[in-house]
Each structure stands twice: as structure tokens, then as C-alpha cells.
Design a protein around this ligand. Structure first.
Ligand SMILES: [Zn+2]
Ligand SMILES: [Zn+2]
Length: 283
């Protein structure tokens, strides 16, 4: 399993990305649904300070303190620098848990500030926050989960497999390859439709889609289906699109909208999934 998600606009949103034991946002009910899996979480990355994205944080911190589980691991919490709502919630959570039995690290992040996640064998993963447009008063981020990979240097691309392995033996693999960073996952946070540059070459895009029908939107704070489809069809290299943060007014129309998205994106080879606002989602 890669993702465990609950997301219903206005009520609660949280996204668990299991390969990195990471939680993006911590809406209400997160620890109730995750149960003992809260002990596996290493990092929490908050997108912004609206209540539907942070109200489960106190419960999460507290459950890890009191339930039966491993308290050896540090819990790292990251949030957009200068976000006052989150800072005041964090002060409260720390205040209410004066004798925490595990380490908790709280780090404000600037846009573009890369956070190391994990090195395993030949790959190295990190996460990079970026600014998104949401409500004007709220400092809001999306996040890119990155993986450092290697590719053959341009001057060696014409060589045969045999020549390459001989060259690698002679010079070492590092000297015939260049490192580059690949976007594995992009998470929009609450945002307008992300610009094409932001989602280009990202394998999996998780995009908020509060409004399936743009005509239902009163304020320009959230993304609507058609705008996301426009960005996604113009972008390159996307393999999977997961729409989340859908308003519950569309609960009975999810399969219809999923089909509509598939009709637009199937010929581009993009899989589409919609997170039903009334159901817990796993993939
Ligand atoms: Zn929200
Ligand atoms: Zn919001």
C-alpha cells in the first residue's frame, strides 16, 4: 500500500505516504483511523493552518504518547514559516503535553527548503515545499517528494551495453553517470489549480479538487475540475492523478466525474483516481 487518505473539504484531510512514513496534513480523526500506525509516522508536513488540515494533530501527538507502541522514533513536524495559526496550535499542543515520552522536533520551512527523508541503496529521497495560492491571509504550501537518480552522461549514450559495463569497471559507475532529481509525488495542498511548471514530470500528482463543478465556487480559493484538467493535459510526464479535498456535495456523483476525467486523460496514459469525500481511501 502506498497511500492512505481521508479527505472531505471543510471537514478533514490527511494523506499518509507509506514509503516515507510521512503524513501530509493531520485533519480530524487521523489517529482514530490510523490506530497503532501512528507510531510508524516519522514526519508530518503541514500545508497550511485551516482547521480541516490540522485539527487531528493534538490527538496524533497524544496517542503516540499514551498508546502502546514504539516511542524511540523522533516525530518531526514541519510547517510553512510564519504561519501564525499553526504556530499557535503547536504552542498549545506542546503546552498540553509537558512530559512527552518521545522526541518531537518542530521545524518551520521556507519555500524551496529541502528536507532529507531517506537514503536507501542507490536512491536518496527528499521533500521540497513550494508556495501555493489559497486564501490571501494564509501562508500555504504544496510539497514535492523527490528522488535522486542517475542517468548515463550524454557522451556515452551511443555505446553498447558491453562497452558501457567495461567503461563502468574501468572508471567507476559514478563517473559515467549524472545525478538528477525526479519528482515522485506532488501534493497541491489547498490551492488554485497548480501551474504547469509545478506538475511537469511528476509521476503522481495529488491535486485538491474542492469543486467538481466550477459554477458552485463562490470565492477563488480552491481548484475546480476543469482547471486541473487543463493544467494536467498541458503538462508532461504525469502518470497518475489523484483528486482529493472534494466537497461532499458531490458524494453521489463521484463515479460520473471519474469517468469524465478518464475520458480526458486516458489517451495521455494518465490514471485518474478520486478520493470519495465520505470514504477512507487506500491504494
Ligand atoms: Zn481544506
Ligand atoms: Zn484551506
Amino acid at each position: 500500500m502506498e497511500f492512505r487518505i481521508f479527505s472531505k473539504a471543510l471537514y478533514s484531510t490527511w494523506i499518509l505516504y507509506r514509503p516515507e512514513r510521512m503524513l501530509i496534513d493531520a485533519g480530524e480523526g487521523v489517529s482514530t483511523i490510523l490506530g497503532n500506525s501512528v507510531f510508524a509516522i516519522k514526519d508530518v508536513f503541514l500545508t497550511h493552518g485551516h482547521v480541516d488540515h490540522i485539527s487531528g494533530l493534538w490527538g496524533l501527538v497524544n496517542t503516540r504518547n499514551n498508546a502502546m507502541g514504539d516511542r524511540e522514533k523522533t516525530l518531526r513536524i514541519h510547517y510553512p514559516l510564519d504561519n501564525r495559526r499553526i504556530e499557535s496550535l503547536l504552542r498549545f499542543v506542546v503546552d498540553m503535553n509537558p512530559s512527552l515520552r518521545y522526541e518531537m522536533e518542530i521545524t518551520p520551512l521556507k519555500p524551496g527548503q529541502e528536507v532529507f527523508l531517506r537514503q536507501a541503496g542507490s536512491f536518496c529521497r527528499s521533500i521540497i515545499p513550494f508556495r501555493v495560492k489559497h486564501t490571501p491571509s494564509e501562508i500555504s504550501y504544496g510539497y514535492h517528494i523527490m528522488e535522486e537518480r542517475r542517468k548515463l552522461k550524454e557522451e556515452y549514450t551511443a555505446l553498447s551495453q558491453r562497452e558501457l559495463s567495461e567503461l563502468a569497471k574501468e572508471k567507476g559507475r559514478d563517473s559515467i553517470t549524472d545525478r538528477y532529481k525526479k519528482k515522485l509525488v506532488t501534493i497541491s495542498g489547498d490551492s488554485y489549480a497548480l501551474p504547469v511548471e509545478e506538475i511537469n514530470d511528476s509521476e503522481t500528482v495529488l491535486h485538491e479538487c474542492t469543486f467538481l463543478n466550477a459554477e458552485d465556487r463562490r470565492n477563488q480559493n480552491h481548484a475546480a475540475f476543469d482547471e486541473i484538467m487543463k493544467s494536467v493535459t498541458m503538462a508532461r510526464g504525469i502518470k497518475r492523478l489523484i483528486l482529493y479535498h472534494i466537497s461532499s456535495r458531490y458524494s453521489s456523483q463521484i463515479s460520473r466525474w471519474k469517468k469524465r476525467a478518464q475520458d480526458k486523460l486516458d489517451n495521455l496514459g494518465i490514471d485518474v483516481l478520486l478520493v470519495h469525500p465520505e470514504r477512507y481511501f487506500e491504494i
